[in-house]
Design a protein. Structure first.
Length: 645
């Protein structure tokens, strides 16, 4: 069953009667929206300019990507008739484009009954606004209400799946995305999310079959960007062994869609050397108690303030945490852009005269990659938040290092590679190093070899788990201490362990705790067993900070090479393996050689202050030097190019 549309195509005509009646709606033909907007804008002072005309003007401006003007016109319509459903629909649509979900919800709540609930678009938008406001449990029944009106729209099943994901109902969420795949087999993002969510639940029954179907779908994917539905899906690919050319293809598809409707702004000129401070802007939703801020805060604090001015453009939450207060204090200016549209954000950044604009989200959920499509800054850079290419022609550089982004892999990146001389990952040497816990505090045996892994469950795979079980069996009495990421994963991991003949109790689960308590418990394990193809990132640097070695396996992807880069930076490159046999052999040998293990732990403890990995001031200088190299090319009129370390 299909609900009646709020603005049926037949109504989108543009007549002016002989009696002088005003147009009631904008035209549907391509190119007619500008004509309609211009005429309607000129006539707003007419005494008979009413609700229908304001709705038509709002619709025209919305189609022309004039989001602020559309909101103004829609508000005028609603003010004239608060019960006009078309006016309310246009206003809520535009408010959602401006990320003003609370304001939109006030209007939706005023129309919980009556004619509004017969319209699929309106009801599905209501559910989306609830989800975007973080009210996922409230969103679920409204999504189901929308499905009663139109069950065959794959988008509503995907959105329901995302809310179920946030509620940690991963297997149920996977089923929602599977329904979307059934309805539209070519929707690659839905197929990616099926496997991604099953990985969260460690439900591996169809893992190989799902992966084969996914790779085939990526190979067959329509290159038309208008058909892409991939927001967040590329992030999910980092935890799958996907050939890098296909990863780039998927990233490009989504990046092109993110750029849809963006109008490139006039290019600003970077200042001559010494003319003024270089203005660097960082765009992120994570300027709060989040791994991104915790990693980079010291690099911001230690920058050369006489040469670099830093502005943080935030589209994330205000959690009032000490981490948020510290990262805000580390910049010259903090701009809250949470309730702005992409165009508003881009124009604000452009007006600020930013020289280098850095995206800290990449192809992750909650990104605002589309802002960069407006080209608000002359130099645009991807850094830290996403371990892979953005696939965006409007991002000039990706910051990496010799290990995560070797120049030999340049063909897998849409950006030009800019290498830091040491590890690309910043760290905070000013953070606490709490007193290590004892095993008894966590109910763990004092005399057993204890391996650790504290990564999220979506990074696990049957291949990784098979290797872990073989390692555990080769080291009698050993245990694997894992993060209790979610109940579904814990249940399935225990079942998978039993199916592989591992006796009960060999795998233990550690609850989620605060940062300081988490750091304190890390030395309880002898060393970390990493996963692939998405290796440990922040969890790896946490372990090394606390003196705990890691055995990792480096593959071809950026995401698989991060822990290896960290290990090379602290002089333990021999623990970065390149195949499964070497990985298993290294772990078993280290578990059996207590003397070598203790020597490695002493190396980390005694060398901490001298490692480049934990030298925030050095990282800030190296990053600034890299920015200066980008600026030099821009000043000389040269296009971006690879910048090797």
């Amino acid at each position: 069953m299909l609900a009646r549309p709020l603005l049926p195509p037949a109504a989108l005509r543009f007549p002016v009667s002989a009696s002088g009646a005003l147009p009631a709606a904008a035209p549907s033909r391509t190119g007619g929206w500008q004509e309609a907007e211009a005429l309607l804008s000129r006539m707003t002072g007419h005494p008979h300019f009413g609700v229908e005309q304001w709705v038509a003007l709002a619709s025209a401006r919305n189609h022309l990507n004039q989001v602020e003007g559309a909101a103004e016109a829609a508000r005028r319509a609603v003010a004239l008739d608060p019960h006009n459903l078309k006016a309310v629909h246009v206003l809520t649509t535009v408010l959602m484009r401006q990320n003003q979900f609370t304001a939109a919800l006030e209007l939706f709540e005023q129309h919980r009954e009556g004619e509004a609930r017969e319209h699929y678009q309106f009801v599905s938008n209501h559910a989306t606004a609830l989800a975007e406001a973080g009210r996922h449990a409230d969103a679920v029944p409204v999504y189901l209400e929308a499905m009663v009106l139109c069950v065959r729209d794959p988008a509503v099943h995907m959105k329901l799946g995302l809310s179920l994901k946030e509620m940690k109902l991963f297997e149920e969420a996977a089923e929602s995305f599977l329904t979307a795949v059934t309805l539209e087999p070519g929707r690659f993002a839905a197929r990616v999310m099926v496997q991604h969510l099953r990985q969260y639940a460690c439900a591996w029954g169809r893992f190989d079959e799902d992966r084969a179907q996914l790779i085939q779908a990526l190979q067959d994917m329509d290159p038309d960007p208008a058909s892409a539905r991939g927001e967040g899906a590329v992030w999910a690919l980092t935890a799958l062994d996907v050939p890098q050319p296909l990863f780039l293809k998927a990233a490009r598809q989504v990046a092109q869609r993110c750029a849809f409707g963006a109008e490139v702004l006039p290019r600003n000129t970077v200042p001559a050397a010494g003319e003024r401070r270089v203005r660097v802007g960082y765009v992120s939703a994570d300027f709060h108690s989040h791994a991104t801020s915790l990693l980079m805060v010291e690099a911001l604090e230690r920058r050369d303030r006489s040469r670099f001015e830093v502005v943080l453009y935030s589209h994330g939450k205000d959690d009032g945490s000490a981490a948020q207060q510290r990262v805000r204090a580390a910049c010259d200016r903090f701009v809250d852009m949470t309730t702005m549209s992409l165009g508003e954000m881009a124009r604000g950044i452009h007006a600020d005269g930013i020289d280098i604009l850095v995206d800290l989200k990449g192809q992750t959920f909650e990104n605002r990659l589309g802002v960069f499509a407006y080209r608000p800054a002359p130099i645009q850079v991807a850094f830290l938040g996403f371990p892979g290419t953005c696939g965006a022609s409007y991002i000039d550089y990706i910051i990496g290092d010799r290990h995560v982004t070797p120049l030999a892999h340049a063909a897998h990146f849409s950006e030009h590679i800019a290498q830091m001389p040491n590890c690309y990952q910043p760290n905070d040497s000013r953070r606490l190093r709490p007193e290590p816990h004892r095993r008894m505090q966590w109910g763990l045996p004092e005399d057993a070899v204890i391996f650790g892994n504290f990564n999220q469950s979506f990074k696990l795979s049957p291949e990784t788990f098979d290797a872990w079980v073989r390692i555990l069996k080769a080291v009698p009495g050993s245990l694997l201490w894992m993060l209790a990421d979610n109940l579904q994963a814990m249940r399935n991991i225990e079942r998978e362990a039993a199916a592989r003949g591992l006796e009960p109790g060999r795998i233990r689960f550690a609850p989620r705790v605060g940062v300081d308590e988490h750091l304190a418990r890390l030395p309880v394990v002898d060393f970390m067993l990493d996963n692939w193809p998405c290796s440990a990132h922040t969890t790896a640097s946490d372990a090394l900070w606390m003196g705990v070695p890691i055995v990792t396996m480096m593959g071809e992807s950026f995401a698989s090479r991060v822990a290896g880069s960290l290990l090379h930076d602290v002089g333990l490159g021999e623990l970065a393996c390149t195949d499964i046999d070497a990985y298993e052999a290294a772990a078993i040998a280290l578990a059996r050689d207590r003397g070598r293990l203790q020597a490695l732990r002493r190396h980390l403890d005694e060398g901490r202050d001298g490692f480049a990995l934990f030298d925030g001031a050095r990282f800030a200088r190296d990053l600034e030097a890299l920015y200066e190299r980008m600026l030099a090319r821009e000043r000389d009129g040269l296009p971006p190019a690879h910048l090797p370390a």
